[in-house]
Design a protein around this ligand. Structure first.
Ligand SMILES: [Zn+2]
Length: 413
């Protein structure tokens, strides 16, 4: 546990403006095996603030990564869509950066080597860095050499001193998970060759704001990035963003390309100029935008609680689908109880039979949900709404209906 954060983790300025105050919450993936475990459950403030100066959105209370990720093993190779995304990226990078057998590609949070193995197939040397020994062992099995370490400036300087500076550094969906942001980016700067490029992918703050997706705020995500904020973080460490791509992953992500500011002939792309303008038009440089978001978050809670009150008045039974992290953020923020929501179904057998963190609502199989014939099914992973509606289409047999919680609770036939 690292505790309260009183100033911006990037620039040190004040954090007086609140973007979303989601109350005291347990870590979103800390499912309980039984009701007996509830007494020992830990809760921490979950509050997103925005820096008065650089406008980096960040949590103002850090829970230690060991506590959040301790037993959490995520094997990237399980998702076909993500594998295809990784393959396409590697093809693009090989051509664009003219990578060959003299090059070195380093990936931060390299997981089980699912991405780097594409470069191995092209004869390009790689190095993975990942703090999880379990996934690193899986990477080694397929020939992706992996250092089991948390990445930061000390590790990067060691590698650079040993002559292992990188032509390409890759960081996909890792930056949000880093409490010590400056140490991490200083490491990138130290490890990157003078002619090298770093590419970083992260969910775009503009998407979160546009969808009022406050339920994607969890303790595991210490920061929430706009291009506006990340350019300032990079500049502090002598790095300049020169290109950007908008991606559809995670509902809307950015891939930024950066090099050392001192690199000769660095030219900013038209896409970069366009995205800066788009963010400016959306008010991401204005504190008022974030304060307005906080009001919309409160409206969502009011609206969801009104739905539950109406269902209770009419004697309707409400179940939910999808025991994902975002559902836990929402249900804990709204203080939803078992009286309001009798069960949550999930296809993952490792979650079935457990209780949701904080609300202690039981997780059941989709078959059990169907057998209970609920009047309403609340779709918690609302980004997968269409898929879930297809899976549970049979609820129409008894007049069951779907509800989605965000941006405002709405009932759909
Ligand atoms: Zn700041």
């Amino acid at each position: 546990m690292l505790g309260p954060v009183s100033s911006c983790r990037a620039c040190g300025a004040g954090l007086s403006v609140t973007m979303a105050d989601l109350g005291l919450q347990p870590p979103s993936n800390a499912f309980l095996a039984s009701a007996a475990d509830a007494a020992a459950e830990k809760r921490y403030p979950l509050r997103a603030r925005v820096c008065e100066s650089c406008k980096l959105v960040q949590l103002d209370y850090d829970v230690a990564p060991e506590e959040l990720f301790g037993n959490y093993v995520y094997f990237s190779s399980y998702s076909d869509e993500w594998l295809a995304h990784a393959r396409a990226y590697c093809e693009m990078a090989r051509r664009r950066f003219a990578l060959g057998e003299e090059s070195l590609v380093v990936e931060l949070a390299s997981n089980d080597g699912y991405l780097l193995r594409n470069f191995l197939g092209m004869g390009i040397p790689v190095l993975g860095i990942d703090p999880s020994g379990t996934v690193a062992a899986a990477a080694e099995k397929i020939g992706v050499g992996t250092l089991v370490e948390f990445f930061g400036e000390r590790l990067a300087r060691g590698l650079a001193a040993a002559g292992r500076r990188a032509d390409l550094i890759i960081g996909n969906n890792v930056l949000a998970h880093v409490p010590q942001l400056n140490d991490f980016i200083a490491g990138v700067s130290a490890l990157l060759k003078d002619s090298g490029t770093v590419t970083i992918e992260f969910p775009h703050l503009l998407t979160l704001i546009g969808q009022v997706a406050f339920d994607t705020i969890y303790h595991e995500h210490y920061s929430y990035f706009s291009l506006y904020a990340i350019e300032q973080v990079f500049a502090r460490h002598g790095l300049a963003v020169y290109d950007v791509e908008e991606l559809s992953t995670h509902g809307g992500s950015l891939r930024i390309f950066a090099s050392h500011s001192r690199r000769a002939g660095l030219e900013e792309s038209a896409a970069l100029h366009a995205l800066r303008a788009k963010e400016a038009a959306a008010g991401l440089a204005d504190l008022a935008t974030y304060a307005q978001f906080a009001r919309r978050v409160e409206e969502c809670r009011t609206s969801l609680l009104a739905f539950f009150a109406g269902a209770a008045r009419d004697g309707k039974r409400v179940a939910a689908y999808g025991a994902a992290a975002k559902g836990n953020t929402l249900l804990n923020f709204c203080g939803v109880t078992r009286t309001q929501l009798c069960m949550v179904a999930d296809r993952n057998p490792h979650k079935q039979g457990k209780l949701l963190p904080g609300t202690h609502i039981p997780v059941v199989s989709p078959e059990e949900l169907m057998s209970r014939r609920p009047d309403y099914v609340l779709i918690l992973p609302w980004n997968l709404e269409q898929e879930i509606r297809r899976q549970l289409a049979d609820i129409s047999a008894w007049g069951g209906r779907f509800v989605t919680p965000v941006p405002v609770a709405r009932i759909v036939p």
